[in-house]
Design a protein around this ligand. Structure first.
Ligand code: ADP
Ligand code: MG
Length: 238
């Protein structure tokens, strides 16, 4: 299960209200993309869901349970950081196993999970390499592997492809979509890239200045944008 419900969730930094109270439901298994211009609050919203920031108001429910006061590790979600967050001195195997080591899981179980994740991500032949000996795409897959081994209720991605070159970005986009088809786990994916949003999402959440402008499928947003901002952003002729 991986249903996430935001009820009146708000965030202030000092006097600045970065996220006015908002409601949003993310259904189990959905691929949801938060899209909007730089500074609109996408990362903040994701960090609130992950528990890396405390809400200033409202409530976050995960599978019907109030998770607002829970620490990140208790929420059962996995944030996928950009590939440069890997440990350069550790092998791929150790990088992927790292979160499990922290949780004191028995070694045999860790090995099995790492093997399975490596298979899903086509990293089986790279487990003994270090991140510096991998391509950008492979490094990104290791970062995803680190999330997969925890069997999270949802994956949270914050612009995971922004430091990859254009060709690789297209590739990784497809890989993440395939991963979603395979695992069917809820994914929340933050990007400022309209093409990523339109091609990957089941549901797009368009944000501007911390407010939700519109929520809908790519087709709904394309066909019936609620306002000029959404139309301009999604790039339909209206
Ligand atoms: P995005 O990810 O869409 O580019 P962010 O969520 O990073 O946007 O930022 C939204 C707004 O919140 C910006 O105006 C940013 O300056 C502000 N902000 C983000 N984090 C902090 C913080 N820790 N302290 C103060 N302001 C912040
Ligand atoms: Mg951001």
């Amino acid at each position: 299960m991986g249903q996430i419900e935001l009820k009146g969730v708000a965030k202030r930094f000092g006097d600045a209200e970065v996220i006015p109270p908002l409601d949003l439901t993310i259904n189990d298994g959905e691929f949801v993309v938060f899209v909007g211009p730089s500074g609109c609050g996408k990362s903040t919203l994701l960090r609130l869901i992950a528990g890396l920031e405390d809400v200033s108001g409202g409530k976050i429910e995960i599978d019907g349970r109030d998770a607002t006061a829970e620490r990140p590790a208790q929420r059962g979600l996995a944030m996928v950081f950009q590939s440069y967050a890997l440990y350069p001195h550790m092998s791929v195997r150790k990088n992927i196993a790292f979160p499990l080591k922290m949780s004191k899981m028995p070694q045999a179980e860790i090995n099995e999970k790492v093997t399975n994740a490596a298979e899903v991500l086509n990293l089986t032949n790279y487990l003994d390499r270090r991140p510096g000996q991998l391509s950008g795409g492979q490094r990104q897959r290791v970062a995803i592997g680190r999330a997969i081994v925890r069997s999270p209720k949802a994956f949270l991605f914050d612009e995971p492809l922004s430091n990859l070159d254009a060709a690789l970005r297209v590739n990784m986009r497809l890989e993440i979509s395939e991963l979603h088809n395979e695992l069917k786990t809820t994914m929340i994916y933050v990007t400022h890239d309209q093409v990523e949003a339109m091609t990957m999402a089941d549901k797009i959440v368009v944000l501007q200045a911390g407010r939700i402008e519109q929520v809908g499928s790519p087709l709904e947003l394309y066909r019936s944008p609620k306002n000029r901002f959404v139309a301009g952003f999604i790039g339909s002729p209206k």
